[in-house]
Design a protein around this ligand. Structure first.
Ligand code: FPP
Length: 243
């Protein structure tokens, strides 16, 4: 099955930037009478696999929603286990990310995340900063609206410092004030877990993204699910507002 799906993909037309809302960890765990944390643990394993397969496919940018600005509302124990999981991810994956030439970047405001998680993720970014392969954006304490506000503040600062004039601000130039500065827009947004919403993820960047929703819970999202999403993308007719 997997072989067949992979064979059907046109490697000259893979989406350049894929964003993923990893949803369904809690339900996956509940179905098995496991604590929610077990679902996140299993979800992390899928992140590991999907990062590798995305890079193999030739995807240039992969953005994953690890922790949203709204996720602080979860019980403290779940928040802290998600923060610990980020540290663990870096511990077990950094060598492989380096070897696979993946460049790790973050999206979001890291100033309020626990120091240990911040240090781990910053180490992953600095150790891979010269890599030239796929960029892996890990969104932590990220929200699409706060990304835009952060960008607007940057613009206001540059205008007050006379670095730019108000007329320099365009839909295109504004992109460089976002956390994804100098990165292309999203081509394909994948959301697992059955909900059909974008949950404040990368709102400006996904203006023309193809949206792919699947009922598959994130811990069940193996490589063939990625291939299905890419194949669906390749069958869509992208017009960007034209005919
Ligand atoms: C949503 O499932 C998932 C999250 C809020 C966390 C995703 C985080 C990971 C998979 C951990 C590691 C991530 C990286 C990038 C190393 P949910 O809990 O909302 O599921 P539910 O809707 O079924 O309750």
């Amino acid at each position: 099955m997997q072989e067949n799906l992979l064979e059907q993909i046109d490697l000259d037309n893979v989406p350049e930037h894929v964003a993923i809302i990893l949803d369904g960890n809690g339900r996956w765990a509940k179905k098995r009478f496991f604590p929610r944390f077990k679902g996140h643990q299993e979800g992390m394993k899928r992140v590991v696999e999907i990062v590798e397969k995305s890079s193999d496919l030739g995807i240039k940018y992969l953005s994953v929603y690890a922790f949203s600005t709204e996720n602080w509302k979860r019980p403290e124990s779940e928040v802290s286990s998600l923060m610990d999981l980020l540290v663990y991810y870096v511990e077990i994956q950094l060598a492989k990310l380096k070897k696979n030439n993946v460049k790790v970047m973050t999206l979001g405001d890291l100033s309020i995340i626990p120091p240990k998680s911040k240090a781990a993720i910053e180490k992953a970014c600095s150790d891979t900063k010269d890599n030239t392969g796929m960029v892996l954006n890990i969104a932590i304490n990220y929200g699409g609206r706060s990304d835009i506000i952060h960008g607007v503040k940057g613009v206001v600062e540059d205008i007050s410092n006379k670095k730019i004039s108000i007329d320099d601000l365009t839909e295109i130039s504004f992109k460089d004030y976002l956390y994804t500065s100098h990165q292309p827009d999203i081509d394909l947004l994948i959301r697992s877990g059955g909900e059909k919403r974008v949950s404040n993820f990368m709102l400006y960047q996904m203006a023309y993204a193809e949206l792919y929703f699947t009922d598959c819970l994130w811990p069940d999202f193996k490589e063939d699910e990625l291939y299905k999403a890419v194949l669906e993308y390749q069958n869509r007719n992208r017009r960007f507002g034209g005919v």
